[in-house]
Design a protein around this ligand. Structure first.
Ligand code: HEM
Length: 149
């Protein structure tokens, strides 16, 4: 079960990132060029937020199943000093949780806007922050690292 969740969580990063990048680019373009909010914009927003929520649920399950996290919680005072383990135990999970909250707020705020320009503006601002947080906290080998399990 743990291996299945870990591989699914790992693969789902692309199902979060690709629509998220499209959403951010489309929101800035929509805001700057004053374009209409199309059905494509609705689909890309709901799929982005949907995959972020799914990734959160799987991440949360991983947090309770991962031997790495159990080791971290069991030896907190010692392992909080070990960057590789602390990354998943704290930085990754807390920052991703923040990104999930910002995505949810940004999505509902843009829905409440009466005109399309304001919807795109709100989306551009909130989801740009979400993209930066998620991109920074994905364990890319070229930025961070993945601990040797
Ligand atoms: C929403 C955006 C998220 C993305 C894109 C994401 C992405 C990833 C990726 C790519 C990995 C590495 C998987 C591997 O080793 O191949 C990972 C590991 C992990 N993620 Fe996330 N994650 C997200 C949210 C979360 C959340 C919200 C939590 C917890 C509340 C979480 C908990 C974990 C844990 C515990 C691991 C490491 C598990 C282990 O190595 O045993 N993730 N995540």
């Amino acid at each position: 079960m743990y291996e299945f969740l870990l591989n699914t969580h790992s693969l789902l990063r692309w199902f979060v990132l690709i629509p998220l990048v499209i959403l951010v680019l489309r929101s800035w373009q929509g805001w700057i060029t004053n374009s209409k909010f199309s059905s494509f914009d609705r689909i890309i927003k709901s799929s982005t937020v949907g995959f972020i929520h799914l990734q959160f649920i799987i991440g949360l399950a991983l947090y309770f199943l991962s031997p790495l996290i159990q080791e971290f919680i069991g030896n907190l005072l010692e392992l909080v000093k070990v960057k590789e383990v602390r990354f998943f135990g704290m930085e990754h999970s807390i920052t991703m949780l923040l990104a999930v909250v910002f995505a949810t707020i940004g999505s509902s705020k843009s829905k409440k806007k009466i005109n399309d320009k304001d919807s795109f503006r709100v989306q551009a601002l909130w989801f740009t922050i979400v993209l930066i947080l998620i991109f920074m906290m994905i364990p890319w080998d070229f930025i961070n690292f993945t601990p040797n399990r």
